[in-house]
Design a protein around this ligand. Structure first.
Ligand SMILES: Cc1cc2nc3c(=O)[nH]c(=O)nc-3n(C[C@H](O)[C@H](O)[C@H](O)COP(=O)(O)OP(=O)(O)OC[C@H]3O[C@@H](n4cnc5c(N)ncnc54)[C@H](O)[C@@H]3O)c2cc1C
Ligand SMILES: *[C@@H]1O[C@H](CO)[C@@H](O)[C@H](O)[C@H]1NC(C)=O
Length: 221
């Protein structure tokens, strides 16, 4: 019998891990905490706990040749750099083509992974999942962790911004930024100059009264 593999997460990494397990004759079970595949590429209007979040206008910054799986080229009519909805469409085509959905258990977050009692002889793992109010634990021969990164937003302590206590406006982390319209007519400072900051600042220019891009060093990317 093939080895049983737990794949945690059904984003880009999780999907291709399920496929790789099948190619090797393993038996994958994928646990996904949300209700659908795609990970961060599935845009939602609100931020969901435990899943990275994107804004509505995100377009890939890697070309279609560089972003596709090696065994599944992007359809010819897809643009070279594409909107997030298009990339999600590609992931759906991939999952359908290799019939991956049946291996995924949705709305099933993994809450714990630990070595089994007889790990030294079996090398097995105990994976505990939560499905609504029911906890379940299962034994696997291997675990692939595909839960993504950039899940938790980090806002530096507000003392890092001298004078902040006098600031009367609102502030948010780019993780909760979804659309530019709420900045209509406002004066906005975007702090930092990474990909998201530069992208969001450009988008805000069309809506805000004034946009200032603030950074302390050179551009990181
Ligand atoms: C704004 C932004 C733009 C980007 N643009 C590009 C780009 O253009 N090109 C590129 O190549 N890369 C880009 N990236 C990098 C991106 O990280 C990868 O493209 C890719 O989406 C990561 O996939 P992943 O499967 O590792 O993680 P994710 O897509 O984050 O998926 C992780 C999945 O795991 C699930 N999960 C998390 N915890 C648990 C748990 N405990 N139990 C069960 N399920 C769980 C989540 O619900 C989610 O579905 C971008 C990243 C960001 C943040
Ligand atoms: C694309 O954007 C993501 C998110 O900001 C970043 O992690 C990645 O390095 C970028 N890739 C390129 C090729 O710039």
């Amino acid at each position: 019998m093939g080895k049983r593999v737990a794949v945690i997460g059904a984003g880009v990494s999780g999907l291709t891990s399920i496929k790789a397990c099948l190619d090797e004759g393993f038996e994958p079970t994928c646990f996904e905490r949300s209700c659908d595949i795609g990970g961060l590429w599935r845009f939602t209007e609100t931020v969901e706990k435990g899943r990275a979040s994107i804004y509505k206008s995100v377009v890939t910054n890697t070309s279609k040749e560089m972003s596709c799986f090696s065994d599944f080229p992007m359809p010819d009519h897809f643009p070279n750099y594409m909107h997030n909805s298009k990339f999600l469409e590609y992931l759906r085509l991939y999952a359908k083509c290799f019939d991956l959905l049946k291996y995924i258990r949705f709305k099933t977050p993994v809450i714990q992974v630990e070595k089994s009692k007889d790990y030294l002889t079996t090398g097995q793992w105990v994976v505990v999942t939560q499905n609504e109010d029911r906890q379940e634990s299962s034994i696997f021969d291997a675990v692939m962790i595909c839960i993504g990164h950039q899940i938790e937003a980090y806002i530096p302590p507000l003392e890092c911004f001298p004078g902040f206590e006098k600031f009367k406006g609102s502030y948010l982390h780019s993780q909760s930024y979804k659309k530019p319209d709420i900045f209509q007519g406002k004066t906005v400072v975007v702090i930092g100059m990474g990909n998201s900051a530069a992208d969001i600042a450009v988008e805000l220019c069309h809506w805000a009264k004034k946009v200032v891009l603030q950074h302390k060093g050179g551009s990181p990317g």
